[in-house]
Design a protein around this ligand. Structure first.
Ligand SMILES: [Zn+2]
Length: 811
């Protein structure tokens, strides 16, 4: 190779020697391979799950059908039921026992959830006393006073023979009379009861809410009933029985099946439930049935029970009961709600050409929901179906419902969701809400209805991998939220996850849900952000949307594991994402790509008549010596100046003087070049491009693409994108050569902040002044502006100017 020197003429950000420690041959020491094959940690593909992430040719899953008769005892807040279970063994294995989930046992005082809970307050052996909230004291008293957990009265075979059962915490093993062979099914009946949990005290996923000062003496209730019958534990090809104790955080993994449920409640109650109402003729009035028909093609939600009717309803109360019958096919669970307080509205949603062409979106809420519910709940359901179906598959069920249950916050079941936010009653009788509460209601309805797709249809294992339903769903709810109103803050926005990714004591996303310390960012926003980045930055929308739809369709009504998701996304897009899954899902690394320095270089021509004078210019451009300048300012004469008569050749010729010896050697160099080499050199010299070396550091550990916005001296800008593979052989530091015809004045890394880069101050060359805020002392320290109930505050009258003298404020 001939020597072609690139000489650094300008260095935009200083220089320090950096050891070349990241060699490709290095296999020990600090080198970390960020691009290792993910197959090293994924399960080996088999006949049930292919190497491409598809259900294998012998894929199987169990089916469990339930026929349940249940009675709600409102006066005693108690529920009693009989369930007939049909268990179809589609596994290639013979089963001698079945496991059932007894989630109500979570609330028993001897449960692992309760005994394993810890007290987190200051050590009392200090000057400050330990603290316990009145809320916690109330919980302790309630658990002491109330018998919680399932009462299992009997487990019997179809013919009436008793089956032995053993209760293990929140689980129950039922020993079968004979082994259940592949392809066989067994029918048995469980007779049970339990006291419904007070939602205002223990904040359970299912329970009751009491309105003590309501229209009716003694108050009214909303019952939001979930995890209310012994449900089969899933039996899977990847884990066998998924019998992990229910501790409260990790949710469920369940089997698909058909349900017929008869719910007996006080006659003046309205019941909402998974599935379709089968006996409308018996439980609804003719007017209500007529309104349901009108709702099918209505432009806006139609009241089935109007606010006035609901108010009338809740004043009465009755000892009569009525039985509501519901049917649901191919669902993994069943939940319901019941109250005489319910206002009920409905609006149809059409899916032309789909298996399920007509869907009824419905909301059930008390007057306390106000216009927040009547305006937005049902519309938000339909918006969710529109957006989610576009990304996945047609919504396959006949109903989609939102029920107001304040203690729940937000919780999902097939075709039905429980959502918390409500309006606030003001002295003037109006019900108002803050912007935050409005966004919360719309956001939570989108999120919970979104769960109809993940995990209610794409049936991932929530207990093991919360991110598979919460992360994917939070990603899509952020897409749907932005399509509703772009000003709603999106949970998948990369810049919002930065603080969590910098935090200590965090776990990788792949951690089992009960072990995660911060489930919100870990299982919701971090995976949602990762998926958002995957679509917008790594894969691009076209490749992502195709692969994501493929995953959704392959696994609808089936049971995917993380490896199936990882593999399908790669298989269908052709993009190697092993590094991405590794970095985002298996480590706690964060993103921080820094642009450490840029060198601007000019190509030497090798011609001494040109290169020497260029070098002379560079030397002249250096700042003069301070010492010499000050000597001169003081009038000090140098020896040379004082003795001008003593001179020689070097006083008139500097070290950059060109001689014929230099020219001869240049000519000899040119003659020694091959024709193509000379052509390359001549072209490069005549083009006289600028050569820039950009030095990047990976400070966060997580490899990501390098996205650059480059601004040139003429004011033009250009965005350059280099894939994450740039870090493959040198994961801590890389240099990139840019050759341009224009001079670079400015470079910004990740200009749109799309990679969750945790420290953006090292993204600028030259560095920038950081915009921020400073707040003076005597200021309103309270919450954000959107936490104010402006709807109410706007009614505040302006005080006359002199009233300000007393310094009081009613805000
Ligand atoms: Zn969720």
């Amino acid at each position: 190779m001939k020597k072609i020197a690139l000489v650094a003429a300008v260095c935009l950000a200083g220089f320090s020697g950096v050891a070349l420690s990241q060699g490709i041959q290095q296999t020990k020491g600090s080198f970390v391979d960020k691009f290792r094959q993910l197959d090293e940690v994924l399960p080996t593909p088999n006949v049930y799950r292919t190497a491409g992430g598809q259900p294998g040719h012998q894929y199987w899953q169990q089916e469990v059908d339930y026929q349940i008769d249940v009675t709600l005892d409102e006066a005693n807040q108690r529920l009693a039921g009989t369930e007939a279970i049909t268990y179809q063994n589609n596994a290639p294995d013979t089963l001698s026992y079945l496991w059932l989930q007894l989630d109500q046992n979570q609330h028993r005082s001897d449960s692992i959830a309760e005994l394993g809970s810890t007290f987190n307050s200051a050590n009392p052996q200090t000057d400050t006393p330990a603290r316990i909230s009145l809320d916690s004291l109330r919980s302790l008293q309630y658990m002491e006073d109330t018998e919680l957990g399932y009462e299992i009265n009997s487990v019997t075979l179809d013919g009436g023979a008793e089956l032995a059962f053993t209760i293990v915490g929140t689980l129950m093993r039922v020993d079968l009379a004979q082994p259940l062979r592949p392809g066989q099914s067994v029918q048995f009946t469980v007779d049970y009861a339990y006291n419904i949990v007070n939602g205002d005290v223990l904040y359970p996923r299912g329970g009751y809410e009491h309105f003590p000062d309501d229209e009716r003496e003694g108050g009214n209730h909303i019952f939001a009933i979930a995890q209310w019958f012994p449900r089969l534990v899933a039996y899977t090809d990847y884990e066998g029985w998924t019998n992990k104790e229910f501790l409260g955080a990790g949710e469920f993994t369940l089997e698909f099946g058909d349900y017929e449920v008869a719910i007996t409640v006080p006659e003046d109650h309205i019941v909402a439930a998974t599935g379709e109402l089968l006996n409308a003729n018996q439980v609804l009035t003719a007017a209500q049935r007529e309104r349901l028909q009108q709702a099918q093609n209505a432009a806006r939600p139609v009241y089935i029970v109007t606010p006035e009717e609901a108010l009338e309803n809740e004043r009465e109360g009755t000892a009569q009961t009525v039985t509501w019958r519901f049917g649901a096919e191919r669902v993994r669970d069943f939940a319901w709600a019941s109250s005489r307080k319910f206002i009920w509205d409905a609006k149809g949603y059409q899916q032309p050409g789909a298996d399920q062409e007509q869907i009824l979106a419905m909301s059930f809420y008390p007057k306390e929901g106000g216009t927040l519910w009547s305006e937005y709940s049902t519309e938000a359901i339909i918006h969710t179906l529109e957006v989610y179906s576009r990304f996945t598959f047609d919504y396959p069920y006949p109903t989609a419902q939102s029920v107001s249950a304040k203690f729940v916050g937000g919780m999902e079941y097939p075709m039905i969701t429980f959502n918390g936010p409500r309006a606030t009653l003001q002295d003037d009788g109006s019900r108002t809400y803050s912007l935050a509460e409005k966004r919360f209601l719309i956001g939570v309805v989108i999120h919970e209805i979104g769960h109809s797709y993940f995990p209610m249809i794409v049936n991932s294992d929530e207990r093991q991998w919360t991110w598979m339903d919460e992360g994917i769903n939070s990603y899509l709810d952020s897409v749907a939220g932005r399509e509703w109103d772009p000003d709603i803050p999106g949970g998948a926005e990369p810049r919002y996850i930065v603080d969590y990714m910098l935090s200590q004591n965090q776990q990788p996303i792949m951690t089992q849900s009960d072990s995660v310390t911060s489930l919100g960012p870990n299982a919701y926003t971090k995976p949602a952000t990762a998926i958002n980045i995957l679509r917008e930055t790594i894969m691009g929308r076209e490749l992502f949307d195709f692969a994501f739809k493929e995953y959704s369709q392959l696994w609808k009504f089936k049971r995917p594991t993380p490896s199936d998701f990882f593999r399908t996304m790669e298989e269908a897009s052709g993009v190697d994402l092993d590094w991405f899954w590794h970095g985002w899902f298996y480590t706690t690394d964060h993103v921080d790509i820094g642009l450490n320095r840029i060198y601007e270089m000019r190509l030497d021509t090798e011609n001494p008549d040109i290169d020497y004078s260029r070098q002379r210019e560079i030397e002249k451009s250096l700042p003069p010596s301070v010492l010499v300048e000050r000597n001169r300012a003081e009038g000090l004469q140098t020896w040379v100046e004082r003795n001008p008569d003593v001179r020689d050749f070097y006083d008139d010729n500097d070290q950059f003087t060109v001689t014929n010896k230099d020219r001869n050697s240049y000519n000899a160099f040119l003659e020694g070049l091959e024709d193509w080499e000379r052509a390359v050199l001549e072209r490069a010299v005549s083009e006289d491009r600028k050569y820039y070396i950009l030095e990047f550091a990976n400070e966060g550990g997580l490899v990501m693409p390098i996205i650059l916005e480059v601004e040139y001296a003429d004011g033009s800008k250009e965005t350059l994108r280099f894939p994450a593979e740039i870090w493959r052989r040198s994961p801590a530091q890389v240099k990139k050569l840019l050759v341009t015809s224009k001079q670079i004045t400015n470079v910004v890394v990740d200009p749109l902040q799309e990679t969750a880069d945790a420290n953006i101050e090292n993204n600028y060359d030259p560095r920038r002044i950081i915009p921020s805020r400073i707040e003076s002392f005597k200021s309103d320290g309270g919450g954000g502006l959107d936490g104010r109930d402006i709807m109410q505050d706007i009614k505040t009258e302006l005080k006359p100017a002199e009233a300000e003298d007393d310094g009081s404020s009613d805000n």
